[in-house]
Design a binder for this molecule. Structure first.
Ligand SMILES: [Zn+2]
Length: 436
Protein backbone atom coordinates (compact mmCIF):
# COMPACT_ATOMS: atom_id res chain seq x y z
CA UNK A 1 0.00 0.00 0.00
CA UNK A 2 2.70 2.46 1.04
CA UNK A 3 4.77 1.75 -2.05
CA UNK A 4 1.77 2.38 -4.24
CA UNK A 5 1.21 5.70 -2.61
CA UNK A 6 4.82 6.70 -3.12
CA UNK A 7 4.59 5.79 -6.78
CA UNK A 8 1.47 7.81 -7.23
CA UNK A 9 3.08 10.76 -5.51
CA UNK A 10 5.92 10.66 -7.98
CA UNK A 11 3.51 10.63 -10.86
CA UNK A 12 1.55 13.60 -9.60
CA UNK A 13 4.23 16.13 -10.31
CA UNK A 14 3.77 15.61 -14.03
CA UNK A 15 0.13 16.43 -14.06
CA UNK A 16 -0.30 19.93 -12.75
CA UNK A 17 -3.03 22.11 -14.11
CA UNK A 18 -2.32 25.54 -15.45
CA UNK A 19 -3.59 28.19 -13.10
CA UNK A 20 -5.50 29.91 -15.88
CA UNK A 21 -7.42 26.79 -16.84
CA UNK A 22 -8.34 26.10 -13.25
CA UNK A 23 -9.57 29.63 -12.68
CA UNK A 24 -11.70 29.52 -15.83
CA UNK A 25 -13.14 26.22 -14.70
CA UNK A 26 -13.87 27.66 -11.27
CA UNK A 27 -15.77 30.56 -12.81
CA UNK A 28 -17.76 28.18 -14.98
CA UNK A 29 -18.44 26.00 -12.01
CA UNK A 30 -19.94 28.87 -10.08
CA UNK A 31 -22.37 29.46 -12.94
CA UNK A 32 -23.28 25.92 -13.82
CA UNK A 33 -22.73 23.73 -10.90
CA UNK A 34 -25.06 22.48 -8.32
CA UNK A 35 -22.39 21.12 -6.06
CA UNK A 36 -22.49 17.38 -5.95
CA UNK A 37 -21.46 17.01 -2.35
CA UNK A 38 -23.17 19.98 -0.85
CA UNK A 39 -26.11 19.39 -3.11
CA UNK A 40 -29.18 20.86 -4.72
CA UNK A 41 -31.56 21.66 -1.92
CA UNK A 42 -34.48 21.70 -4.32
CA UNK A 43 -33.95 18.04 -5.11
CA UNK A 44 -32.89 16.88 -1.71
CA UNK A 45 -36.29 16.71 -0.15
CA UNK A 46 -38.00 14.96 -3.04
CA UNK A 47 -35.31 12.34 -3.32
CA UNK A 48 -35.44 11.67 0.38
CA UNK A 49 -39.18 11.44 0.51
CA UNK A 50 -39.05 9.08 -2.42
CA UNK A 51 -36.54 6.78 -0.81
CA UNK A 52 -38.42 6.77 2.46
CA UNK A 53 -41.67 6.01 0.68
CA UNK A 54 -40.02 3.12 -1.12
CA UNK A 55 -38.64 1.75 2.11
CA UNK A 56 -42.05 1.90 3.71
CA UNK A 57 -43.63 0.23 0.72
CA UNK A 58 -41.12 -2.60 0.84
CA UNK A 59 -41.76 -3.19 4.51
CA UNK A 60 -45.45 -3.41 3.88
CA UNK A 61 -45.30 -5.88 1.00
CA UNK A 62 -44.08 -8.77 3.07
CA UNK A 63 -46.74 -11.18 1.95
CA UNK A 64 -44.51 -13.88 0.52
CA UNK A 65 -43.59 -17.20 2.04
CA UNK A 66 -41.64 -17.09 5.26
CA UNK A 67 -38.33 -17.88 3.62
CA UNK A 68 -38.45 -17.15 -0.10
CA UNK A 69 -35.88 -19.05 -2.10
CA UNK A 70 -34.69 -16.12 -4.10
CA UNK A 71 -34.84 -12.42 -3.48
CA UNK A 72 -34.32 -11.62 -7.17
CA UNK A 73 -33.74 -7.98 -7.97
CA UNK A 74 -34.04 -6.87 -4.36
CA UNK A 75 -31.21 -8.31 -2.30
CA UNK A 76 -32.87 -7.56 1.02
CA UNK A 77 -36.34 -8.65 -0.02
CA UNK A 78 -36.53 -11.87 1.95
CA UNK A 79 -35.35 -10.20 5.09
CA UNK A 80 -37.86 -7.43 4.58
CA UNK A 81 -40.71 -9.83 4.01
CA UNK A 82 -39.93 -11.75 7.13
CA UNK A 83 -39.53 -8.68 9.26
CA UNK A 84 -42.91 -7.45 8.22
CA UNK A 85 -44.50 -10.63 9.50
CA UNK A 86 -42.60 -10.31 12.73
CA UNK A 87 -44.13 -6.93 13.33
CA UNK A 88 -47.59 -8.34 13.11
CA UNK A 89 -46.77 -11.41 15.14
CA UNK A 90 -44.46 -10.23 17.88
CA UNK A 91 -44.68 -7.65 20.63
CA UNK A 92 -41.45 -6.36 22.21
CA UNK A 93 -39.45 -9.51 22.87
CA UNK A 94 -38.06 -10.60 26.21
CA UNK A 95 -34.51 -11.66 25.53
CA UNK A 96 -32.68 -14.49 27.20
CA UNK A 97 -29.29 -13.02 28.08
CA UNK A 98 -26.45 -14.84 26.32
CA UNK A 99 -22.94 -14.04 25.20
CA UNK A 100 -21.81 -15.97 22.17
CA UNK A 101 -20.93 -15.65 18.52
CA UNK A 102 -23.51 -16.15 15.79
CA UNK A 103 -23.49 -15.70 12.01
CA UNK A 104 -25.71 -14.13 9.40
CA UNK A 105 -27.23 -16.76 7.13
CA UNK A 106 -29.37 -15.92 4.12
CA UNK A 107 -30.55 -18.20 1.34
CA UNK A 108 -29.13 -16.07 -1.45
CA UNK A 109 -26.07 -14.32 -0.04
CA UNK A 110 -27.94 -11.08 0.57
CA UNK A 111 -27.59 -8.82 3.58
CA UNK A 112 -30.00 -8.44 6.48
CA UNK A 113 -31.15 -5.21 8.05
CA UNK A 114 -29.68 -4.25 11.40
CA UNK A 115 -32.02 -2.12 13.50
CA UNK A 116 -31.82 0.02 16.58
CA UNK A 117 -35.26 -1.23 17.66
CA UNK A 118 -37.44 -4.30 17.08
CA UNK A 119 -39.84 -2.28 14.98
CA UNK A 120 -40.10 -2.73 11.22
CA UNK A 121 -42.57 0.12 10.76
CA UNK A 122 -39.91 2.77 11.25
CA UNK A 123 -37.29 2.85 8.47
CA UNK A 124 -35.20 5.32 10.45
CA UNK A 125 -34.23 2.59 12.91
CA UNK A 126 -32.25 0.77 10.19
CA UNK A 127 -28.67 1.40 11.19
CA UNK A 128 -26.90 -0.94 8.83
CA UNK A 129 -26.87 -4.11 6.79
CA UNK A 130 -25.07 -7.26 7.88
CA UNK A 131 -23.81 -9.23 4.89
CA UNK A 132 -24.28 -13.00 4.72
CA UNK A 133 -21.81 -14.94 6.93
CA UNK A 134 -20.95 -11.94 9.08
CA UNK A 135 -19.91 -12.97 12.59
CA UNK A 136 -21.87 -11.15 15.30
CA UNK A 137 -21.64 -10.99 19.07
CA UNK A 138 -25.03 -12.08 20.40
CA UNK A 139 -26.20 -10.70 23.73
CA UNK A 140 -29.87 -11.66 23.66
CA UNK A 141 -31.66 -14.74 22.31
CA UNK A 142 -35.27 -14.83 21.20
CA UNK A 143 -37.22 -16.80 18.58
CA UNK A 144 -37.90 -13.80 16.38
CA UNK A 145 -35.32 -11.16 17.18
CA UNK A 146 -31.66 -11.45 18.08
CA UNK A 147 -29.96 -8.79 20.16
CA UNK A 148 -26.37 -8.10 19.09
CA UNK A 149 -23.48 -5.81 19.81
CA UNK A 150 -23.05 -3.54 16.84
CA UNK A 151 -20.31 -0.93 16.54
CA UNK A 152 -20.09 -0.69 20.27
CA UNK A 153 -23.84 -0.39 20.84
CA UNK A 154 -26.91 -2.61 20.92
CA UNK A 155 -28.85 -3.57 17.81
CA UNK A 156 -31.37 -6.14 16.61
CA UNK A 157 -31.60 -8.49 13.67
CA UNK A 158 -34.25 -11.01 12.59
CA UNK A 159 -33.44 -14.39 14.17
CA UNK A 160 -34.42 -16.29 11.03
CA UNK A 161 -31.22 -15.00 9.49
CA UNK A 162 -29.00 -15.99 12.37
CA UNK A 163 -27.21 -19.30 12.81
CA UNK A 164 -24.92 -20.63 15.52
CA UNK A 165 -22.99 -22.66 12.97
CA UNK A 166 -19.87 -21.04 11.59
CA UNK A 167 -19.94 -20.75 7.79
CA UNK A 168 -18.55 -23.87 6.12
CA UNK A 169 -15.14 -24.04 4.48
CA UNK A 170 -15.36 -22.68 0.97
CA UNK A 171 -18.04 -20.29 2.07
CA UNK A 172 -15.96 -17.35 0.94
CA UNK A 173 -16.36 -18.33 -2.68
CA UNK A 174 -20.11 -18.52 -2.30
CA UNK A 175 -20.36 -15.34 -0.32
CA UNK A 176 -20.29 -13.03 -3.28
CA UNK A 177 -23.13 -14.79 -5.10
CA UNK A 178 -25.52 -12.08 -4.06
CA UNK A 179 -23.58 -9.45 -5.98
CA UNK A 180 -23.26 -11.61 -9.07
CA UNK A 181 -19.51 -11.81 -8.64
CA UNK A 182 -17.33 -14.81 -7.96
CA UNK A 183 -14.30 -12.58 -7.54
CA UNK A 184 -14.78 -11.36 -4.00
CA UNK A 185 -14.83 -12.35 -0.42
CA UNK A 186 -16.37 -10.15 2.20
CA UNK A 187 -13.66 -9.03 4.53
CA UNK A 188 -15.03 -6.67 7.10
CA UNK A 189 -17.38 -3.86 7.73
CA UNK A 190 -15.62 -0.64 8.57
CA UNK A 191 -17.21 2.07 10.62
CA UNK A 192 -15.86 5.46 11.56
CA UNK A 193 -13.23 5.19 14.27
CA UNK A 194 -13.57 8.27 16.48
CA UNK A 195 -9.81 8.41 16.91
CA UNK A 196 -9.20 8.90 13.18
CA UNK A 197 -8.10 12.33 12.06
CA UNK A 198 -11.09 14.59 11.24
CA UNK A 199 -13.58 11.97 12.50
CA UNK A 200 -14.92 14.51 14.98
CA UNK A 201 -16.23 16.67 12.13
CA UNK A 202 -18.71 13.99 11.04
CA UNK A 203 -22.31 14.26 12.22
CA UNK A 204 -23.80 11.12 10.67
CA UNK A 205 -21.72 8.00 11.18
CA UNK A 206 -23.76 5.12 12.56
CA UNK A 207 -23.44 3.22 9.27
CA UNK A 208 -20.47 1.33 7.94
CA UNK A 209 -18.62 0.65 4.73
CA UNK A 210 -17.76 -2.86 3.54
CA UNK A 211 -14.36 -4.04 2.42
CA UNK A 212 -14.23 -6.75 -0.25
CA UNK A 213 -11.04 -8.62 -1.02
CA UNK A 214 -10.40 -9.62 -4.61
CA UNK A 215 -10.14 -13.33 -5.26
CA UNK A 216 -8.77 -12.82 -8.76
CA UNK A 217 -5.71 -14.87 -9.65
CA UNK A 218 -3.58 -11.75 -9.87
CA UNK A 219 -4.23 -9.50 -6.90
CA UNK A 220 -3.01 -5.93 -6.87
CA UNK A 221 -3.19 -5.25 -3.13
CA UNK A 222 -4.63 -1.82 -3.87
CA UNK A 223 -7.92 -0.82 -2.27
CA UNK A 224 -10.29 1.41 -4.20
CA UNK A 225 -12.97 3.20 -2.21
CA UNK A 226 -16.14 3.31 -4.32
CA UNK A 227 -18.48 5.96 -2.96
CA UNK A 228 -21.98 5.95 -4.49
CA UNK A 229 -22.89 9.62 -4.15
CA UNK A 230 -25.85 10.65 -1.96
CA UNK A 231 -28.15 8.10 -0.28
CA UNK A 232 -28.12 9.11 3.37
CA UNK A 233 -31.62 9.51 4.81
CA UNK A 234 -31.82 12.73 6.80
CA UNK A 235 -28.47 13.86 5.39
CA UNK A 236 -29.74 17.18 4.10
CA UNK A 237 -31.10 18.33 7.45
CA UNK A 238 -27.70 18.18 9.15
CA UNK A 239 -24.75 20.45 8.46
CA UNK A 240 -21.03 19.84 8.67
CA UNK A 241 -18.07 22.19 8.37
CA UNK A 242 -16.93 22.76 4.78
CA UNK A 243 -13.30 22.89 5.89
CA UNK A 244 -11.73 21.29 8.95
CA UNK A 245 -10.21 24.64 9.95
CA UNK A 246 -13.58 26.38 9.79
CA UNK A 247 -12.67 28.67 6.90
CA UNK A 248 -15.30 29.43 4.23
CA UNK A 249 -15.73 27.73 0.87
CA UNK A 250 -13.73 29.31 -1.92
CA UNK A 251 -16.04 28.39 -4.80
CA UNK A 252 -19.77 28.43 -5.26
CA UNK A 253 -22.18 25.58 -5.77
CA UNK A 254 -25.49 25.16 -4.06
CA UNK A 255 -23.64 26.05 -0.92
CA UNK A 256 -22.27 29.42 -1.95
CA UNK A 257 -18.72 30.65 -1.72
CA UNK A 258 -18.19 32.10 1.74
CA UNK A 259 -20.29 29.53 3.59
CA UNK A 260 -18.54 27.70 6.38
CA UNK A 261 -20.97 24.79 6.64
CA UNK A 262 -22.89 22.69 4.12
CA UNK A 263 -25.47 19.90 4.23
CA UNK A 264 -23.91 16.67 5.49
CA UNK A 265 -25.14 14.68 2.47
CA UNK A 266 -27.47 16.15 -0.14
CA UNK A 267 -30.30 14.21 -1.74
CA UNK A 268 -28.80 14.51 -5.22
CA UNK A 269 -30.52 15.48 -8.45
CA UNK A 270 -33.26 13.73 -10.40
CA UNK A 271 -32.63 12.54 -13.94
CA UNK A 272 -34.79 13.82 -16.78
CA UNK A 273 -36.62 10.47 -16.77
CA UNK A 274 -37.46 10.80 -13.06
CA UNK A 275 -34.78 8.47 -11.69
CA UNK A 276 -33.06 9.66 -8.53
CA UNK A 277 -29.33 10.27 -8.91
CA UNK A 278 -28.70 8.19 -5.77
CA UNK A 279 -30.24 5.13 -7.48
CA UNK A 280 -27.98 5.50 -10.49
CA UNK A 281 -24.83 6.11 -8.44
CA UNK A 282 -25.66 2.92 -6.51
CA UNK A 283 -26.10 0.85 -9.69
CA UNK A 284 -22.86 2.32 -11.00
CA UNK A 285 -21.02 1.50 -7.78
CA UNK A 286 -22.15 -2.14 -7.85
CA UNK A 287 -21.06 -2.57 -11.47
CA UNK A 288 -17.73 -0.88 -10.81
CA UNK A 289 -17.17 -3.02 -7.72
CA UNK A 290 -17.46 -6.25 -9.72
CA UNK A 291 -15.15 -5.03 -12.46
CA UNK A 292 -12.53 -3.84 -9.97
CA UNK A 293 -12.61 -7.12 -8.05
CA UNK A 294 -12.25 -9.04 -11.30
CA UNK A 295 -9.27 -6.84 -12.18
CA UNK A 296 -7.60 -7.71 -8.87
CA UNK A 297 -8.40 -4.60 -6.81
CA UNK A 298 -9.84 -4.77 -3.34
CA UNK A 299 -12.91 -2.58 -2.99
CA UNK A 300 -14.20 -0.54 -0.09
CA UNK A 301 -17.91 0.02 -0.72
CA UNK A 302 -19.31 3.05 1.07
CA UNK A 303 -22.92 2.32 0.16
CA UNK A 304 -24.62 -0.83 -1.17
CA UNK A 305 -28.24 -0.04 -0.46
CA UNK A 306 -30.53 2.99 -0.71
CA UNK A 307 -29.39 4.36 2.62
CA UNK A 308 -26.11 4.42 4.46
CA UNK A 309 -25.83 6.54 7.57
CA UNK A 310 -22.47 8.03 6.70
CA UNK A 311 -22.12 11.71 5.87
CA UNK A 312 -19.58 13.05 3.41
CA UNK A 313 -17.02 13.66 6.15
CA UNK A 314 -17.43 10.11 7.51
CA UNK A 315 -17.22 8.61 4.01
CA UNK A 316 -14.04 10.58 3.39
CA UNK A 317 -12.38 9.74 6.70
CA UNK A 318 -13.18 6.04 6.28
CA UNK A 319 -11.67 6.18 2.77
CA UNK A 320 -8.61 7.96 4.17
CA UNK A 321 -7.98 5.15 6.60
CA UNK A 322 -9.05 2.06 4.69
CA UNK A 323 -8.28 2.65 1.02
CA UNK A 324 -5.61 3.81 -1.40
CA UNK A 325 -7.91 6.15 -3.27
CA UNK A 326 -11.44 7.51 -3.01
CA UNK A 327 -13.75 7.79 -6.00
CA UNK A 328 -17.17 9.35 -5.48
CA UNK A 329 -19.67 8.70 -8.27
CA UNK A 330 -22.04 11.47 -9.32
CA UNK A 331 -24.02 12.91 -12.21
CA UNK A 332 -24.30 16.66 -12.62
CA UNK A 333 -27.50 18.69 -12.44
CA UNK A 334 -27.34 20.26 -15.89
CA UNK A 335 -29.62 18.76 -18.53
CA UNK A 336 -27.73 18.89 -21.81
CA UNK A 337 -25.86 15.57 -21.76
CA UNK A 338 -22.62 17.49 -21.57
CA UNK A 339 -20.34 14.56 -20.78
CA UNK A 340 -18.13 13.37 -17.94
CA UNK A 341 -15.62 15.40 -15.95
CA UNK A 342 -13.98 15.44 -12.55
CA UNK A 343 -14.04 18.06 -9.84
CA UNK A 344 -10.54 19.47 -9.67
CA UNK A 345 -9.04 21.29 -6.72
CA UNK A 346 -9.59 25.06 -7.07
CA UNK A 347 -6.48 27.07 -7.81
CA UNK A 348 -6.96 29.37 -4.84
CA UNK A 349 -3.94 29.91 -2.64
CA UNK A 350 -5.77 29.87 0.69
CA UNK A 351 -7.40 26.55 -0.23
CA UNK A 352 -4.30 24.87 -1.59
CA UNK A 353 -2.36 26.00 1.48
CA UNK A 354 -4.88 24.50 3.91
CA UNK A 355 -4.23 20.99 5.23
CA UNK A 356 -5.02 18.32 4.28
CA UNK A 357 -5.58 19.91 0.84
CA UNK A 358 -2.02 21.25 0.77
CA UNK A 359 -0.42 17.83 1.00
CA UNK A 360 -2.86 16.06 -1.27
CA UNK A 361 -4.33 18.32 -3.97
CA UNK A 362 -1.88 17.24 -6.64
CA UNK A 363 -2.84 13.61 -6.03
CA UNK A 364 -6.52 14.44 -6.36
CA UNK A 365 -6.02 16.18 -9.67
CA UNK A 366 -3.72 13.45 -10.96
CA UNK A 367 -6.29 10.78 -10.16
CA UNK A 368 -9.01 12.87 -11.79
CA UNK A 369 -6.96 13.32 -14.95
CA UNK A 370 -6.36 9.55 -15.10
CA UNK A 371 -10.04 8.76 -14.66
CA UNK A 372 -11.04 11.16 -17.42
CA UNK A 373 -8.35 9.72 -19.69
CA UNK A 374 -9.68 6.23 -19.00
CA UNK A 375 -13.25 7.30 -19.72
CA UNK A 376 -12.18 9.05 -22.90
CA UNK A 377 -10.29 5.95 -24.02
CA UNK A 378 -13.43 3.90 -23.49
CA UNK A 379 -15.35 6.22 -25.78
CA UNK A 380 -17.21 8.19 -23.12
CA UNK A 381 -18.11 11.78 -24.00
CA UNK A 382 -16.00 14.23 -21.99
CA UNK A 383 -17.14 17.70 -20.95
CA UNK A 384 -14.91 20.58 -22.01
CA UNK A 385 -11.37 19.98 -20.72
CA UNK A 386 -12.56 17.17 -18.47
CA UNK A 387 -12.50 19.06 -15.19
CA UNK A 388 -14.27 21.76 -13.21
CA UNK A 389 -12.72 23.35 -10.13
CA UNK A 390 -14.83 22.89 -7.01
CA UNK A 391 -14.31 23.25 -3.29
CA UNK A 392 -15.94 20.10 -1.98
CA UNK A 393 -16.27 18.62 1.48
CA UNK A 394 -14.71 15.43 0.15
CA UNK A 395 -11.63 17.21 -1.14
CA UNK A 396 -11.32 19.32 1.99
CA UNK A 397 -10.89 16.29 4.26
CA UNK A 398 -9.10 13.80 1.96
CA UNK A 399 -5.66 12.43 2.75
CA UNK A 400 -5.62 9.82 -0.02
CA UNK A 401 -6.05 10.55 -3.76
CA UNK A 402 -9.69 11.56 -3.91
CA UNK A 403 -11.99 12.54 -6.74
CA UNK A 404 -15.62 13.42 -7.26
CA UNK A 405 -16.27 12.21 -10.81
CA UNK A 406 -19.37 13.51 -12.60
CA UNK A 407 -20.20 10.80 -15.12
CA UNK A 408 -22.71 12.85 -17.08
CA UNK A 409 -25.83 14.80 -16.21
CA UNK A 410 -29.62 14.63 -16.01
CA UNK A 411 -29.93 13.95 -19.72
CA UNK A 412 -27.30 11.21 -19.89
CA UNK A 413 -28.11 7.60 -20.71
CA UNK A 414 -27.93 5.63 -17.46
CA UNK A 415 -28.94 2.21 -18.75
CA UNK A 416 -26.94 -0.91 -17.89
CA UNK A 417 -24.83 -0.77 -21.05
CA UNK A 418 -23.96 2.88 -20.49
CA UNK A 419 -22.99 2.23 -16.88
CA UNK A 420 -20.89 -0.77 -17.88
CA UNK A 421 -18.99 1.36 -20.40
CA UNK A 422 -18.40 4.02 -17.75
CA UNK A 423 -17.12 1.36 -15.36
CA UNK A 424 -14.70 0.08 -18.00
CA UNK A 425 -13.42 3.61 -18.44
CA UNK A 426 -13.00 4.11 -14.70
CA UNK A 427 -11.10 0.83 -14.30
CA UNK A 428 -8.81 1.88 -17.16
CA UNK A 429 -8.26 5.23 -15.44
CA UNK A 430 -7.50 3.55 -12.12
CA UNK A 431 -5.05 1.23 -13.90
CA UNK A 432 -3.36 4.24 -15.41
CA UNK A 433 -3.12 6.08 -12.11
CA UNK A 434 -1.60 3.13 -10.27
CA UNK A 435 0.63 2.16 -13.20
CA UNK A 436 -1.10 -1.20 -13.63
ZN1 LIG B 1 -24.33 14.04 -7.04
Amino acid sequence: MRNRKMESRRREGRRRHSAAAAMAAAAMAALLMCSALSGCSSYASSAELKSQAEAAKLEATGSGSLLPENAGELPQADAIALESQLTQAAPVPEFEAVSDEVYVKTSDGSAVRVRSACDTSDPSNIIGYAPDKTALKRTGRHDQWTRIEYHGGTAYIASAYITEEAPAAGAEEQQAAGSGSSQASFDSSISLDPSWKYAEFSKINSGSATLYRSQASSKKNITICVNAGHGTAGGSSVKTLCHPDGTPKVTGGTTGAGATSAVAVSGGMTFADGTAESKVTLSMALILKDKLLAAGYDVLMIRESDDVQLDNVARTVIANNASDCHIALHWDSTANDKGAFYMSVPNVDSYRNMEPVKSNWEKHNALGESLVAGLKGAGVKIFSGGSMAMDLTQTSYSTVPSVDIELGDKASDHGKAALSLLADGLVAGINQYFGQ
